[in-house]
Design a protein around this ligand. Sequence first.
Ligand code: NAD
Ligand code: UDP
Length: 310
Amino acid sequence: MKRILITGGAGFIGSHLAEKLLNEGNDIICLDNFFTGNKDNIRHLIGNNKFELVRHDVIKEYLVEVDEIYNLACPASPIHYQYNPIKTMKTSVMGIINMLGLAKRCRAKILQASTSEVYGDPKIHPQIESYWGNVNPIGIRSCYDEGKRCAESLMMDYYRINKVDIRIGRIFNTYGPRMAINDGRVVSNFILQALKNEPITVYGNGKQTRAFCYVDDMIEALIKLMNSDFIGPVNLGNPNEKTILEIAELIVKLSNSKSEIVYKELPQDDPLQRNPDITLAKEKLGWQPHTDIEYGLKKTIEYFEKKINE
Ligand code: NAD
Ligand code: UDP
């Protein structure tokens, strides 16, 4: 069994990953500064003698002996990563430098949670890994987009120069239980609004698209990527593309809500379309998502229903 470090392990994706890897019999070190993560996400794991929780910030060096590192530490929601954009950039860049240094010293494999945002507002659709993207380098999303692009660049240089064993996964929009209640991303916002019968806030005309992947599928993809011999970058997501308006209508229907849709201003640099081409993931990892969106949304609605009644 392996000793595995998960940075951002108390977050939405990180906590599911920690649970899965722990259940497989591994020793887990969950490192988090609790900026957007929460102890509630991992409370059920605390007390297991194979699970260790460390309050630490990835922008500072952290020394430990591990076999694998999943580097997930970084706020993922636009409102959170734009709250302190300089810190977001430091988290991505100094965080990956510290983690790559650690991987180099203890010869650990390291997986970087990259993002579809490296493609910016893409001119190629669906997005393929060889596309270099269309990112505004000085816009309000650039702290996140450019930070993640810089992290990919550092991953590749440590691979080329220091032979560090890297994996780069480009995660597309992922949703599911344990998204933070104040997360501000579309799925959590719409579900909370629908459950409270409040207006559903569609930004812009709602014709912009995203492709949503259920968290269980994403966890399987991340583990398969780590265990494969493919360094990536590889797109990880569900190619079932929907308009934001379609998502709003589906959530209203599935939660039997009386909410009406209201239109708000589209945030600056909001990508118009996004959909992963997952040919490479299928070929190299033997992975593809299998969770139906209605099933995934129902599970997420159940989670939020419980949360708001706590
Ligand atoms: P999240 O905000 O729930 O999790 C991020 C975690 O990192 C939180 O627990 C947070 O407290 C922690 N963190 C933030 N800054 C830190 C720092 N400086 N030091 C230590 N810990 C820190 O978000 P998530 O959706 O679980 O995303 C996890 C990773 O996946 C992120 O790197 C994100 O960029 C990437 N990703 C997520 C999505 C998605 O749709 N969820 C899409 C693309 C990429
Ligand atoms: N969005 C919306 N209403 C909301 C939150 C988000 O219409 O309450 C839109 C947002 O403008 C974007 C899409 O939903 O076009 C996805 O936004 P999110 O913040 O979830 O993630 P992104 O893919 O933009 O990083």
